[in-house]
Design a protein around this ligand. Sequence first.
Ligand code: SF4
Length: 86
Amino acid sequence: MTKTQILKLIRAHCLDCCCNSIKEVQECPIVSCALHDLRFGKDPSRKKMNPEDAKTLGERLHKARTENKRTHTRTKNPAGSKLKGG
Ligand code: SF4
């Protein structure tokens, strides 16, 4: 099980604990609960990226995706769609 899956399960558990009320989960007063820091389904220890780094990373990702589209364009099968041996 991945970390993301575990965090999603914790989120679902907290929603169940609060009768599916997002607001109640947000305002959960039980700080002694072991899941309190994880109730949003996100890793609280993960650092936020500064806006400049996020912008640079976004541009690199966009560039990589557009280049990937160019190199992975679909081409028609020159032999047609018939399979051999049939
Ligand atoms: S942190 Fe604990 S008490 Fe609060 S909603 Fe989640 S499970 Fe319930």
